[in-house]
Design a binder for this molecule. Structure first.
Ligand code: NAD
Length: 414
């Protein structure tokens, strides 16, 4: 039997795991196991030296039954088509879980952005848009920031798209700077959403935040803002890491001091702080583990040694499908990525609404609507997990998959 190279291995594995709770017909399974469209393209990038390099780039539009596809663009040396498919599948589920009028997408460039000058980064961002402008648009596919792409990258991309099309189209990218139609609160939305979900779980399980010790992997948009917000709410953060180093203090880290003195991905020197490796951080004796960096960090190999009682997945796909069963068996509550890190896409949706109405919201309105949206989904997931006697990831998938399939049926695709 010849393999199907369009299939997404991650989607297939996750859909098969759903079988115990959700019987999918063969055509439903076949529809969901592969993306609607995968683009693999090459961006020629002129370096400051005059040399031209050719960068492998991808955009995957997984499913668009519920609306235009939506998802980030990542610049990273490990970007590849399979990863883009996995992340696009997760975006499709995330948007469906929250009943946002979007399908899911993801894209990226295989590049180490730290080796680029600012001018090269700008040419790369504009080059990305030149290659895919016919496949994106405010009612077609709407990219956003992800690893190593920030609001400046979105500003260049939005500018390039508007120049090519000859009209302003702010709704084609979200995560833009405020001055170019960005939304208040978007910069911290992913972390804020994760904090809301953690609080909801605590209230339900009658936990005291001041007694919880947290470890956070990744100190970028998601991880740094989570550390700041959660520290302000009284949690004790005992370990942090990034791609360069990790730090640990059993008594708790001074987060405001760390944030104000964080330079070039180096944490400041502090008394009583020990170095810690990324693997040690994942297996640390703590109450809440927050992976906020890359995929595939908790695996079948190390899941047994995870000591945290709660895992809040701010990163996308930080837990491998095989590791889930081990965590569940050991009583670890996993707040899955499509729930816990959805604050970013929810506020991106608010940004898109504001761009089309030209009416801009206060930060208070953004956060109130974000909190309400997350609360509704959280309780729906808890109810489903109780009914089906399953973990929160499975419950989230059941709700999301049913929403997508319902739309597909109404459209006549099933
Ligand atoms: P970012 O580029 O701002 O930060 C990434 C962080 O991860 C950096 O601190 C980097 O040093 C660290 N890192 C990289 N490799 C690491 C490693 N091997 N070990 C430990 N740390 C490592 O990216 P971000 O926007 O914060 O995204 C982080 C994760 O959150 C990604 O999985 C992303 O898909 C997910 N996410 C982000 C958003 C958003 O709005 N930014 C929304 C949803 C999900």
């Amino acid at each position: 039997m010849v393999g199907d190279e369009n299939e997404c291995a991650f989607a297939k594995a996750q859909l098969k795991k759903l079988e115990k709770c959700l019987k999918l017909s063969e055509s439903e399974f076949n529809l969901l196991k592969k993306p609607k469209r995968s683009l693999a393209f090459t961006i020629p990038l002129k370096m400051d030296s005059g040399e031209i390099v050719f960068l492998n780039s991808y955009r995957v539009q997984y499913n668009d039954a519920l609306g235009p596809t939506k998802g980030g663009i990542r610049f990273h040396s490990e970007v590849n088509l399979e990863e883009a498919k996995t992340l696009a599948f997760l975006m499709a589920l995330k948007c469906a879980l929250f009943e946002l009028p979007y399908g899911g997408a993801k894209g990226g460039v295989e590049v180490n952005p730290r080796a680029l000058s600012k001018a090269e980064l700008e040419r790369l961002s504009r080059g990305f848009v030149r290659e895919i402008h016919n496949f994106i648009g405010p009612d077609l596919d709407i990219p956003a920031p992800d690893i190593n792409t920030d609001e400046q990258v979105m500003a260049w991309m939005f500018d390039e798209y508007s120049k090519i099309k000859g009209r302003l189209a702010p709704g084609v990218f979200t995560g833009k700077p405020l001055a170019l139609g960005g939304s208040k609160g978007r910069d911290v939305a992913t972390a804020m959403g994760g904090a809301y979900i953690l609080r909801l779980l605590e209230a339900m399980d009658e936990l005291n935040p001041c007694e919880l010790r947290l470890a956070i992997q990744g100190f970028g948009n998601a991880g740094l803002n989570a550390a700041r917000i959660l520290c302000e709410r009284g949690y004790k953060i005992i370990a942090l890491s990034n791609s360069r180093q990790g730090i640990y203090n059993k008594q708790g880290l001074d987060i405001p001091f760390i944030i104000s003195n964080y330079r070039e991905r180096w944490f400041p020197e502090m008394e009583g702080v020990e170095p810690i490796s990324n693997n040690e951080l994942l297996e640390l004796d703590c109450d809440v583990l927050i992976p906020a960096a890359l995929s595939n960090q908790i695996t079948a190999e190390n899941a047994e040694r995870v000591k945290a009682r709660i895992v809040v997945e701010l990163a996308n796909a930080p837990t491998a499908p095989e590791a889930d069963d081990i965590l569940f068996r050991n009583g670890v509550k996993v707040l899955p990525d499509i729930l816990a890190n959805a604050g970013g896409v929810i506020v991106s949706y608010f940004e898109w609404i504001q761009n089309s109405s030209n009416e801009y919201w206060s930060e208070q309105k953004v956060f109130e609507r974000l909190e309400k949206t997350m609360e509704n989904a959280f309780y729906q997931i808890v109810r489903t997990s109780q009914q089906e006697k399953c973990d929160y990831r499975t419950a989230s998938y059941i709700i999301a998959v049913m929403n997508i399939l319902n739309a597909e049926r109404l459209r006549g695709s099933l």
